[in-house]
Design a protein around this ligand. Structure first.
Ligand code: DP6
Length: 392
């Protein structure tokens, strides 16, 4: 019976604080601007992936949470082709290694968060897949090298190859070899960064990010200002704020960049709307909180959908979670955190009584309380049945 080779790895979710929006090369997935993100804790949000290969498998196959997904899209094919060609180099250099580069792959993934939550899972998925195959193939590449492969799968995925605070440097080479993720600072550098995710229920179907950003690139005048004037400066300022652990600056830049990204979406023709009324009320709550606290203690950011991610420092948890608990205590998600509502503090000047609690509590379906986390890690879990080569 032919042998099954396998390896397992995890991949984290990242949420950008300086947004990637726009491609200068669609095939190589090269961005029009550099971006920055925070990697989130895998205890709450992660993909676990076993990559396996064998001469007895018929074709490349992927399962996510038990369901099969095609691997014949251009992006997935490119990712697997890049990994195989690196394996071939390794095999050519060391003739004692088994020749597995051409074997079909069976890839089995599990997400520890509900897919229905509408959280971008492709970044965690590609990071876990690439890390698992790199381990299976014993590739000598570092995380920045692997990030270039992840980038071709989904741009934002390249940042999930690292933990902590991560920059995707846009690069300027036509072949994309310098468009890669690098770590700005690890989790330990600024470990008290927390994130509260408010999952916003939405029936509408969003414009997928790939086509949304193409529309923006081709139709928005404001977009040119964003990529030429706004983001390059912000990229430097945000990295500095992270290195200096300067939360107010980091937070202000994060909120302004979310606003800027959603502005170029609105400036696209026809316009793209990702924020809904619930998102806008959350923006208002955070602004009122910062105003009444007398300093910036929380930052909202929104990706290509209505879900809010709110960054804050642990020392201000009593204010930030204290406020969110006022409106969203009825939702699931609080039990996973150590936050005790008895410690909640609402700043005196917060205009709580002037907000309609019924309206402000609507539209959110779940709270996820998490924090900055680590990058992909190898594990001994095995998600495939080593007799059949199918998911366990
Ligand atoms: C708004 O990485 O999903 O989340 O490269 O086409 O797969 P593709 O796009 P994707 O876009 C993410 C856009 C964003 C901002 C960000 O994560 O930086």
């Amino acid at each position: 019976m032919s042998e099954i080779y396998y390896a397992t790895s995890t991949g984290p979710v990242n949420i950008a604080t300086l947004k990637y929006w726009g491609k200068r090369d669609k095939d190589l997935n090269l961005p029009t601007n550099s971006s920055i993100s925070v990697t989130l804790d895998q205890a709450n949000l992660r993909t676990l992936t076993t990559a396996s290969c064998s001469s007895k498998f018929d074709n490349d196959q992927l399962w996510i949470n038990g369901a099969t997904y095609p691997l014949d899209g251009a992006r997935s094919k490119q990712v697997l082709a890049d990994l195989r060609s690196l394996r071939k180099e390794v095999e050519n250099e060391n003739s004692s290694l088994p020749k597995i580069a051409t074997f079909p792959l069976h890839i089995v993934s599990e997400n520890n968060f509900p897919t229905a939550a509408g959280l971008a899972s492709s970044a965690a998925g590609f990071a876990a897949l690439i890390s698992a195959v790199a381990r299976l193939y014993k590739l000598p590449t570092d995380a920045s090298e692997l990030s270039k492969i992840a980038r071709k799968g989904s741009g934002s995925a390249c940042r999930s190859l690292f933990g902590g605070y991560v920059a995707w440097e846009m690069g300027d080479l036509a072949n994309g070899e310098d468009s890669k993720a690098v770590q700005v600072a690890d989790k330990k550098h600024w470990p008290d960064m927390k994130a509260a995710i408010l999952v916003v229920s939405d029936m509408k179907k969003d414009v997928p990010s790939t086509s949304g950003m193409q529309l923006t690139v081709h139709t928005s005048d404001l977009f040119q200002h964003r990529i030429k004037e706004v983001v390059p400066k912000r990229f430097i300022e945000m990295k500095k704020a992270i290195i200096e652990k300067d939360f107010p600056t980091f937070a202000e830049l994060t909120m302004k960049d979310s606003n800027s990204f959603h502005s170029v979406c609105l400036d696209s023709y026809p316009p793209i709307f990702y924020l809904n009324d619930t998102s806008k009320r959350i923006i208002k709550l955070i602004n009122l909180l910062n105003e009444s606290a007398g300093k910036i203690i929380a930052a909202y950011t929104f990706d290509a959908g209505p879900n809010a991610v709110i960054y804050y420092e642990e020392k201000n948890e009593k204010y930030v979670l204290g406020l969110l608990h006022q409106f969203f205590s009825h939702l699931g998600g609080w039990e996973s955190s150590s936050f005790d509502p008895k410690n909640a503090v609402i700043p005196e000047s917060f205009p709580l009584s002037s907000l309609d609690k019924d309206i402000y509590s609507q539209g959110v379906s779940r709270v996820i309380l998490t924090q900055v986390g680590e990058g992909p890690s190898e594990t001994d879990d095995v998600l495939i049945n080593l007799q059949t080569g199918l998911p366990k």
